[in-house]
Structures are given as structure tokens and as C-alpha cells.
Design a binder for this molecule. Structure first.
Ligand SMILES: Nc1ncnc2c1ncn2[C@@H]1O[C@H](COP(=O)(O)OP(=O)(O)O)[C@@H](O)[C@H]1O
Ligand SMILES: [Mg+2]
Length: 501
């Protein structure tokens, strides 16, 4: 879709590509970075305007776009560099819009971490987000946000409360250290950032993709992100769980049926392949699909044709296919459960999502992100205590991100205070926390390592002493831990070390 000069507010843009600058000088639209801030703004005095133009010019020369926000997180000004990222006209059109329309609810929604940081007067550097606006984008950008602290005398627009600086993420290949928010998928680990790069490289592609990974690793969210970054993003994303339906129902679900095709088929029904014809069809749990449907599927992939159940007429579909499985398809092939030709048709682009335990850098950003999401759903504000974060970092996550999401939803529901403590976490997670894995160094201020923080005396407890303490407290771990001044997690670890568990 072209986002060309279609909706400039009347009167601001002049036919020859020039923009009226507050009734004074005319500035060329794209060449002069200053033009971003030009536009007649009755509330801006000439001095403020000149200051903004100067800043805009200086930052453009180092390749940065910026957006100024009012205290309600609405855009006051956007520099013309934004148009390099999103196309002509956007710097004007974003004015007055809530920032989350540009950079997403995940970051700037009510509980979004960047909104929270700005509200607290903090700066955040080197995060990455998908920038998009009214169908333009998405574009992965590195962003830094800061509250603007005015000092007398005010030389700029005094309404500006916050500043966002951005540049294309590819200009900062190593990342700035902060997490990346990629169309709903959050990550910090090199393995997943690599997947984001692959998705960007595939942006113009229609290739069939096979996503593999254990259950809960994020196969579906990645599939959605691929769709969002494809030329089909304005059409439907249709997901079908091939493992959830018996073969006959799956056949009609995928390909549709005609009236009378089977008992209960009282009218014609459109299959998912037709619904997703201009969009993306996500076939989850593809390994479970029955042999005769594998044949039908192979034909769609090769020829784009199929027939509805109960009909001979051949129909066409243009759906782009993304398939996913948590099974080993090679194994299924050797066992004769999965067709080899279908396998190779599906894995034109293979994409493997590693389990969460092998990318511990993602635990903390995911935990914070999921917490923000669930607390917002419940109209609450919650934070994770460093001890709870430690438990998360120590857990091995056999159920991957889904298990983490469930643990956080549970904790949000049961915790009584604003801060989630280890005791608010599901029992399985607390005990799982004893399995030691290489854990990443938590970011400053978040997730202090509780085990190391245990008093040295407690860490050196011998078995007899520990047993005595446990006896005193009737083997109640809460009470014993409390008495020893250590966390329940540390106590559990010591009990295991001393074979008292
Ligand atoms: N990287 C991620 N960022 C944000 N949410 C994620 C991520 N990975 C998984 N999730 C969340 O975890 C849950 C499971 O993800 P899903 O894509 O359904 O996994 P899978 O299809 O591999 O079983 C979903 O609630 C999803 O939103
Ligand atoms: Mg799934």
C-alpha cells in the first residue's frame, strides 16, 4: 500500500512539495530535516519553533528521528526523519495521536514498561520496538526514551513532557542492551533476535515456512509476527490446530464442504484455505495430520488447488502457508507417519525456536512483559520482587513461555500485595527452581540473586543444624526459612544439598 501524500491536513502542504512554515519561510519537504517541525502551530512562538528546528536538524545529521510527547503521551512533534522510516506524510499525521499507535501497547499501553519508566522520570536506552502507523511499517527501530526536564528559561515548546529518539535497528546491529519488542514477540537472546532478523529478511517473501520447537516456545506468536511483516499483513491470519480435530472434521475445516456432503452438512461451508486466500494460513501441529489429508495438502502446496468435501470441482487458493510442530518430523518420516514430499514442501524455510531453558536472557524481559499484560487485564499494577524473579531465572521451564505465562497469571491472581513474592508462585515453579541452570546476570536493580544474598552463616549450615531447625518448625519450610533469615528457595536448595528434601 502506498502511504503517499494522501492525507496532509488541508492547508499545511503546498502542491509543489513545500510546507508552509507557520506562515513565514517555506521549507522543502524531505530534504530539510527542519521541515519536520515546521508546520504552522499557532501555539508555538517563533523562538520555540527555531529551537525545535535546530534540534531536528542536528539530530537528523546523525540519523536520528525523534518524537516529542505531551504529558498524556500524545505526539506533539515528530521530526521529518520519521518519514524516512514510515514514508511521506507521517510526521504530520502522527500529531495528536497517542504514542501507542506508533510504538505499540506492549511498550506504551497503560502498564507498558516505557510509559511506566517515563512516568517515574526515568530514561531507558537501547530498547527495540516495531514502529508502525496507519498501515505504514512495521519497522524495527532502536529507541531511547527520556522525560524532558525543563529548566528556566524554557527555550522549547513547554508542553513537551517526554522525548523519544529512534533510528533503524539495523544501524545498531548489536542492539542497545534493552529488550526487543517485535510485533508482539519479546526477546533479548541472540537466538531469538536472529529469528527476528530472518523474519525481516523474509519480508517480501511468500515462502512456506516450517516452525519447529517444543510446546509453548512461541511458535504461534512467531507465525503471527511473520504475517505482520509480510506483504499480506492487511489480510487475514487464520490459525488451524490440526491436532485438535478428527480427520473428517479437519478435512472440512481446511477445505470446506458442500451441503449434503455428510450428515449435518446442512449448508455449504467455506474452508480455511479459502478464508485465508489473500492472507496467511497457520497450520499448527502439522505432524498430526492424517495420510489422506497429507496428500490433499501436498496438492494445495504444489498447485494451489483443492476441492471442498463432497464436491469434484477444483478450487484455487492463494493462501501463504506457515506450518508448525513440536514433533520431530524426520522421525515421523522414518516411521512412515509423515510424507517426505510434504515435509520438503513445507520446510522451504525452516525456523527452529529454542526452548526457554537454553535462552535464559529472555526470562526476565518475558516475565516483565507478561506481568504487565496480565496486570493490565485485571486492572492492577503489580511488580515482581527480586526474589520471585530469581526463582524464575532458576527454573528450567519444561513448558517454556506458556508455563511462564501461566505462572505469572497465577501469581497476579493470588498475590495480595502489589509486589509478587516467591510464595505467590505456583508450587511446581518453586520446586523446579532448584534445578540449576546457567542463569543470566539480571539487569541492575531487578532480580537480585537471592541465593548469594543468603547470610553466609545460613549458607554454611551443616546438616545437623538444618535438621534441628526443621524439627523445631515441624518441617514447615516457610517458618524454618524465616527463622534462618533465608528465602524458601535457598532453604529448599540447602535441604537438597544435605539430602533432607
Ligand atoms: N517471545 C514471546 N514473547 C511474548 N509472548 C510469548 C513469546 N513466546 C511465547 N509467548 C506467549 O506464550 C504462550 C505460548 O506461545 P505459543 O505461540 O502459543 O506457543 P507454541 O505455539 O509454541 O506452543 C502464548 O501466550 C504467547 O503469547
Ligand atoms: Mg501452538
Amino acid at each position: 500500500m502506498s502511504q503517499s501524500e494522501k492525507s496532509h491536513p488541508a492547508g499545511n502542504v503546498i502542491g509543489d512539495g513545500q510546507v508552509e512554515n507557520g506562515g513565514s519561510a517555506r521549507v522543502p519537504l524531505l530534504d530539510d530535516a527542519a521541515a519536520g517541525l515546521y508546520e504552522a502551530d499557532a501555539s508555538l512562538d517563533p523562538l520555540s519553533r527555531a529551537a525545535l528546528i535546530g534540534v531536528s536538524r542536528a539530530l537528523a545529521s546523525v540519523g536520528r528521528a525523534f518524537v516529542c510527547l505531551d504529558p498524556h503521551f500524545r505526539v506533539l512533534h515528530a521530526s521529518i526523519m520519521l518519514e524516512k522510516l514510515l514514508g511521506p506524510g507521517t510526521a504530520l499525521r502522527v500529531r495528536g495521536r497517542p504514542v501507542e499507535e506508533l510504538l505499540g501497547e506492549d511498550l506504551f499501553g497503560r502498564n507498558g514498561p516505557l510509559r511506566r519508566a517515563l512516568q517515574a522520570g526515568d530514561r531507558r536506552e537501547g530498547w527495540r520496538a516495531t514502529l508502525q502507523f496507519e498501515g505504514a511499517g512495521p519497522r524495527l527501530v532502536s529507541i531511547t526514551v527520556a522525560p524532558l526536564k525543563h529548566g528556566p528559561p524554557d527555550i522549547c515548546d513547554p508542553r513537551i513532557a517526554h522525548l523519544i529518539m529512534m533510528r533503524p535497528a539495523e544501524e545498531e546491529p548489536s542492539g542497545g542492551g534493552g529488550p526487543t519488542f517485535f510485533s508482539g514477540v519479546v526477546a533479548s537472546s541472540p537466538a531469538v533476535l536472529q529469528i527476528f532478523r530472518l523474519i525481516e529478511n523474509l519480508e517480501q517473501s511468500e515462502a512456506t515456512i516450517l516452525i519447529t520447537g517444543e510446546t509453548g516456545t512461541g511458535k504461534e506468536v512467531i507465525a503471527r509476527a511473520i504475517h505482520e511483516h509480510s506483504p499480506r499483513r492487511h489480510a487475514a491470519f487464520v490459525a488451524v490446530n490440526c491436532g485438535a480435530l478428527p480427520a473428517e472434521l479437519l478435512d472440512s475445516e481446511l477445505f470446506g464442504h458442500v451441503r449434503g456432503a455428510f450428515t449435518g452438512a446442512v449448508r455449504d461451508r467455506l474452508g480455511r484455505f479459502e478464508v485465508a486466500s489473500d492472507g496467511t494460513l497457520f497450520l499448527d501441529e502439522i505432524a498430526d495430520i492424517a495420510p489422506h489429508l497429507q496428500v490433499k495438502l501436498l496438492r494445495v502446496l504444489q498447485e494451489h488447488t483443492f476441492a471442498r468435501v463432497g464436491e469434484n470441482q477444483s478450487r484455487t487458493t492463494n493462501a501463504r502457508i506457515i506450518a508448525a510442530t513440536n514433533q520431530d518430523l524426520r522421525q515421523a518420516m522414518t516411521e512412515g507417519r509423515f510424507r517426505e514430499d510434504l515435509y520438503y514442501r513445507l520446510r522451504v524455510v525452516p525456523l527452529k525456536i529454542p526452548p526457554l531453558r537454553s535462552r535464559p536472557e529472555d526470562i526476565q524481559p518475558l516475565a516483565n512483559h507478561l506481568l504487565a499484560r496480565f496486570s493490565q487485564q485485571h486492572g492492577l499494577f503489580k511488580r515482581l520482587s527480586p526474589q520471585a524473579m530469581r526463582v524464575f531465572l532458576d527454573h528450567s521451564w519444561p513448558g517454556n513461555v506458556r508455563e511462564l505465562a501461566n505462572a505469572i497469571e497465577y501469581a497476579v491472581a493470588v498475590s495480595k500485595s502489589e509486589t509478587i513474592l516467591p510464595e505467590d508462585l505456583p508450587a511446581g515453579i518453586l520446586e523446579g527452581a532448584m534445578v540449576h541452570l546457567p542463569s543470566p546476570k539480571p539487569a541492575p536493580g531487578i532480580g537480585e540473586p537471592v541465593a548469594n544474598a543468603a547470610p553466609p552463616a545460613a549458607r554454611n549450615l551443616d546438616a545437623a543444624h538444618l535438621r534441628a531447625e526443621l524439627d523445631t518448625h515441624h518441617w514447615r519450610r516457610d517458618a524454618t526459612a524465616h527463622a534462618l533469615g533465608i528465602s524458601r528457595t535457598t532453604l529448599w536448595r540447602l535441604m537438597r544439598e544435605h539430602k533432607l528434601a
